[in-house]
Design a protein around this ligand. Structure first.
Ligand code: GLA
Ligand code: ZN
Length: 664
């Protein structure tokens, strides 16, 4: 298993490198990522490449058995390049150029930048093509981080070309966007705008297309890098470090051209929340892992794993003893095949002086180093059990970037967020140790017993068919309010709701409304009464059966929760956002239709249990996110592979402790 750190030899004197490598080796580190911000060191002046320093660092590391991932340095274009081509700099929504001085200061559509990207990537890959210590490549660094949209004139030109390819004629574009509204009709391609600051809100279809265009721009820019690397090193393994729940680039598309995906996991970025508690974070971090695993439907790497307090201007919370280990094992439980810490040693200069690494500024190995060493030792011991193990989910949640963007552009109810609804459903399963895959609209649904698509406001024929085929062959499907309300171009459907999903779900919507922030309405399922927020759909059922109703005012007795038999399967509809109590009852009913593989471990609050499989044997990760001792009940005694000991049915777990159990 790969275990490592992000390393910046260019920040330290050469005499230090060997000491670092030795300390790394002693902590069981066998991989480092380097160079992703070192452009000005690798090409100090145009065309003058300098790799000797990096060669030397790689040589020293390899003497200590440490392999290397090299990052292309394009997240930080050097000053000489910006001085020569200032049009590389991105432009904000007000038309103002964002200057040099931090990072990610480039427009992904800039031709000059593409040329210089190709040159530096070629130079690096040519130089390292025969170096067997370089085992993988990372493209750029966190595409879209800080800023993901550019409004420069060149982006506008490229956007027009993108639109022309998509719509063919200007008439089609006008029809799709409905530009007749507010007299926005475009007469030719050259008159089409990008959504820079206007007097008030732009056309929602233009906004959605601009998001898609910017996302495609990064995907294309990355593809150019990948093609350059692969041309020179066909067998190269290429990844990128994604950002969990980040939503401004369609991550499924960004992942498509990569060999494997990685992500940067900083669970504890806490500056001022006095209610802070790691219990509150564990489900959300688990979701980020599952999102990442879903991008290519395969295991992933953590390319940056938190190893100390985070901080740029302010200093975040220190990791408590044992906490790093807990987050590391959660990562592995959800599919991480490699753990690489950010960063080896805390920088003594620059914006990230307070973003702590394994070592402090003075490089004295202290508690965090010792913890890293112990985790490394432990991983070596257990890797034969865990390496290559996979999560095998029977439930999938659909996360669609296009649909998320629709709600970002028009949240409907004040404060409503697509991901918050998705999280409610995710958390239901999380609390019950039921593994969930996060998948895309076009993915094969047939391997799942249950598929949930919250916030599926926009569908097209292909998606409707995918869902319909899945249910017909026996699948159970659930979707929620606003499903099918919009067309794929982000215009409203002019047919009655639920548009293309109407027959599948077997209902019409008779009336709907937003629930103002802070207000709730009463709902009822069976004899249980609870609350709902954000939205209400009043369901008129055609072939569907009502399972839950509203209790408030004139809505009393009208349906919000239905089920429809469709083919060999069932489609459920939830026309509001129920509180946890009612959601539990709803999901309880849905789960009665399917039989999920039972986990032989009963957990308590804030103890996470994840099942993985290796060579058809189950492995259970038991993670205690409590600051107090907790326990789980096993239905038989098992072996804890961390201690090698047999554990009994009533298993106590210390605060922040981890157990990894296999059957005897
Ligand atoms: C991100 C980046 C790193 C570093 C850390 C800490 O994850 O990828 O380069 O900036 O954040 O800020
Ligand atoms: Zn631009």
């Amino acid at each position: 298993m790969f275990y490592g750190a992000d390393y910046y030899p260019e920040h330290w004197p050469e005499e230090r490198w060997e000491i670092d490598a030795k300390l790394m080796r002693d902590a069981h580190i066998n991989i480092v990522r380097m160079a992703e911000f070192a452009w000005s060191k690798m090409e100090p002046k145009e065309g003058e490449y300098s790799f000797e320093w990096l060669d030397k660092a790689i040589d020293i590391l390899s003497k200590y058995g440490i392999k290397v991932v090299l990052g292309t340095p394009t997240a930080a274009p050097p000053k000489w390049l910006i001085d020569k081509y200032p049009d590389i700099l991105p432009v904000d929504v007000n038309g103002l150029t964002m200057g040099f001085g931090s990072r990610r200061h480039y427009c992904p559509n800039n031709h000059n930048y593409h040329e210089y990207t190709k040159k530096i990537v070629e130079a690096m890959t040519e130089h390292y093509k025969h170096n067997s210590n370089v085992i993988a490549w990372q493209t750029d660094n966190e595409f879209g981080c800080h800023e993901s949209v550019c409004y420069c004139d060149n982006c506008l030109k490229t956007f027009r070309i993108w639109l022309k390819e998509k719509y063919g004629t200007i008439k089609n574009l006008n029809d799709s966007w409905g530009t007749i509204f507010w007299s926005q009709t475009y007469n030719d391609w050259d008159s089409v705008i990008s959504p820079r600051r206007a007097v008030t809100s732009h056309n929602p279809s233009l906004l959605l297309d601009y998001k898609r265009f910017m996302s495609d721009s990064f995907v294309k820019y990355q593809k150019m890098q990948i093609e350059t690397i692969k041309r020179i090193i066909p067998s190269s393994q290429i990844t990128h470090n994604f950002m969990g729940q980040f939503n401004q680039i369609d991550y499924y598309n960004l992942a498509r051209d990569l060999d494997f995906v990685s992500w940067d996991n900083y669970p504890v970025i806490n500056f001022g929340d006095i209610t802070f508690n790691i219990k509150k974070l564990s489900a959300s971090v688990a979701l980020s892992h599952d999102i990442t695993r879903g991008l290519k439907k395969q295991n992933f790497w953590v390319m940056e794993h938190q190893s100390g307090p985070t901080g740029w201007e302010e200093v975040g919370r220190q990791l408590r003893p044992g906490e790093m280990r807990l987050w590391v094992y959660q990562s592995i439980a959800h599919g991480a095949d490699a753990i690489i810490y950010f960063r080896w040693r805390t920088s003594t200069s620059g914006t990230e002086e307070y973003w702590h690494g394994i070592l402090d500024h003075d490089a004295v190995p202290r508690r965090r180093y010792e913890e890293v060493r112990l985790i490394g030792e432990e991983l070596k011991r257990i890797e034969k059990y865990v390496e290559g193990s996979v999560v095998n989910s029977e439930v999938a949640l659909i996360r669609s970037f296009d649909n998320e963007w629709v709600f970002e552009i028009q949240p409907h109810a004040h404060g409503f967020r697509y991901m918050e609804q998705l999280k409610k459903y995710y958390n239901y399963f999380y609390k019950r140790n039921i593994q969930v895959d996060i998948i895309n609209l076009w993915d094969d649904l047939r391997k799942y017993k249950l598929v949930i698509a919250p916030g599926l406001i926009m569908v097209n024929d292909e998606i409707a068919k995918n869902i319909s085929d899945y249910i017909k062959q026996g699948g159970v499907f659930l979707t929620t309010f606003r499903a099918g309300a919009k067309r794929w171009d982000n215009r409203m459907n002019s047919t009655s709701l639920l548009g293309d999903l109407k027959d599948i779900v077997g209902i019409d919507i008779d009336e709907y409304g937003a629930i103002p922030t802070g207000e709730e309405i009463s709902i009822k399922v069976g004899t249980e009464i609870g609350k709902a927020s954000f939205w209400y759909d009043v369901v008129k059922f055609n072939t569907a059966k009502v399972l839950g109703t509203y209790e408030s005012e004139y809505l009393k007795g009208r349906g919000f929760f239905t089920v429809n038999n469709y083919g060999n399967g069932k489609a459920y509809y939830v026309g509001t956002l129920p509180n946890d109590k009612i959601l539990q009852i709803i999901m309880g009913k849905v789960l009665k239709d399917i039989s999920l593989k039972e986990i032989p471990i009963k957990r308590k609050e804030s103890v996470e249990v994840v099942r993985k499989i290796k060579e058809s044997k189950d492995i259970y990760f038991v993670l205690n996110f409590n600051n107090e001792e907790s326990s789980v009940i096993l239905n038989k005694s098992m072996i804890d592979i961390l201690s090698g000991q047999q554990v009994e049915k009533n298993l106590h777990i210390k605060p922040l402790e981890v157990r990894i159990l296999i059957e005897k």
